[in-house]
Design a protein around this ligand. Structure first.
Ligand code: HEM
Ligand SMILES: [Ca+2]
Ligand SMILES: [Ca+2]
Length: 364
């Protein structure tokens, strides 16, 4: 049988493609310093979100939308971070730029690599693949490439399709909101989780977005926010509508209590998203560490305490919502996600701040 060629890196690991050796020092720095003690918390969430906002700057038909996963969101931060849809991405900029400056991989590769490593911090994620070799942007993406939470399902799906992502891909990608929350949708409250388990990649997000909305974690009337079903949880209008639209409701519900389906479809759609607009990439999947497995206690979806099937707004017309058991005890209010101390960079988010991206672009 043919023996696959392998390379031994200076750092000691063995990989199929020698080019991937460049990632080990970056991996070590990300693990030890950038994420430090963050186990699928605020820093991991920030690194995951920015990977989407960079990659989605791409269109199959309009070259002016950019070259996708090309680092433009940091390289042209002084422009892209002023777009409303990118509010809060300054956190990822401040988190990552000091580390980007220390390494010689492309900014585009760093953003997607950091997101891939962020996923390996989250129990329940399937081993993510990783491709390397993205070419950095020559120009900013224009405003309007990133979907907004106040848009209609049709608008969001059309934008995603224009970038090459189907409705099924979109629902699959939104499993990311199982390990996520919002800092800026409610102007007074940060770290509001999208599901009751924001540090576990489980199917609770798909259960909880189907609950009848009963209240707001803080103020009402915020653009892009609708009532959620659990105290302390925030619900995006876009997630609420995607869970109920005839185009996506059955895709959405198919994730409920089906961890394997959610994890597999997310793995495939995320890999597709990470490579938008890029070609001639090298497979460096063998650099990526294994994610922690899902604890047995998180393997089965549940109705939050005090709620039942009667609180579900059934939307998929062809399949009944799965029967789940109710978590024991009295209804609880979810805690806010602890904010990472993202103070290392120097980007301020008020639209008139300084941007160390100029250093990234010209002085390296
Ligand atoms: C398709 C439509 C989508 C919309 C409208 C949307 C909207 C949002 C909004 C409004 C927030 C809250 C931001 C804040 O206030 O801090 C958020 C957070 C987040 N989103 Fe999405 N999103 C979408 C898709 C995605 C995708 C495809 C991914 C990744 C694959 C993603 C990953 C995240 C993550 C990880 C967070 C949490 C960020 C943090 O805690 O710092 N989202 N999203
Ligand atoms: Ca981009
Ligand atoms: Ca979760």
């Amino acid at each position: 049988a043919a023996v696959e060629p392998r390379a031994t890196c200076a750092t000691g690991q063995t990989v199929k493609n020698a080019a991937c050796c460049a990632l080990f020092p970056v991996l070590q720095d990300i693990q030890n310093d950038m994420f430090a003690g963050d186990t699928c918390g605020d820093a991991a969430h920030a690194a995951l979100r920015v990977a989407f906002h960079d990659a989605i700057g791409f269109s199959k038909t309009q070259s002016s939308f950019g070259t996708g996963a090309d680092g433009s969101i940091f390289l042209f931060a002084e422009q892209e971070l002023t777009y409303g849809a990118n509010l809060g991405i300054a956190d990822a900029f401040n988190l990552e730029v000091p580390f980007i400056k220390k390494h010689n991989i492309s900014v585009a590769d760093f953003i997607q690599f950091a997101a891939t490593i962020s996923l390996t911090k989250c129990p329940g994620v399937l081993q993510p693949p990783f491709m390397m070799g993205r070419v950095d942007a020559k120009a900013a993406a224009p405003d309007g490439t990133v979907p907004e939470p106040f848009q209609t399902v049709d608008t969001i799906l059309a934008r995603m399709a224009d970038a090459g992502l189907t409705a099924a891909d979109t629902v699959a990608l939104l499993a990311s909101h199982s390990i996520a929350g919002a800092d800026d949708v409610d102007p007074d409250l940060s770290g509001l989780p999208f599901d009751s388990t924001p540090s576990v990649f489980d199917t609770q997000f798909f259960v909880e977005t189907q609950l009848r909305g009963t209240g707001f974690p803080g103020s009402s009337g915020n653009q892009g926010e609708v009532a959620s079903g659990i105290a302390g949880e925030i619900r995006l209008q876009s997630d609420h509508l995607l869970a109920r639209d005839t185009a996506t409701a059955c895709l959405w519900q198919a994730n409920v209590n089906n961890q394997a389906h959610m994890a597999q479809t997310f793995q495939a759609a995320f890999a597709k998203m990470q490579n938008l607009g890029q070609k001639n990439l090298v497979d460096c999947s063998d650099v990526i560490p294994a994610p922690p497995s899902l604890p047995a206690s998180a393997a089965t979806a549940f109705f939050p305490a005090g709620l039942s099937h009667a609180d579900i707004e059934q939307a998929c017309a062809t399949t009944a919502f799965p029967n789940l058991s109710t978590a024991p005890g009295a209804a609880v209010s979810l805690p806010q996600i602890v904010q990472a101390p993202l103070t290392q960079g120097d980007c301020d988010d008020d639209g008139e701040g300084k941007f160390s991206n100029f250093f990234l672009r010209f002085a390296n």
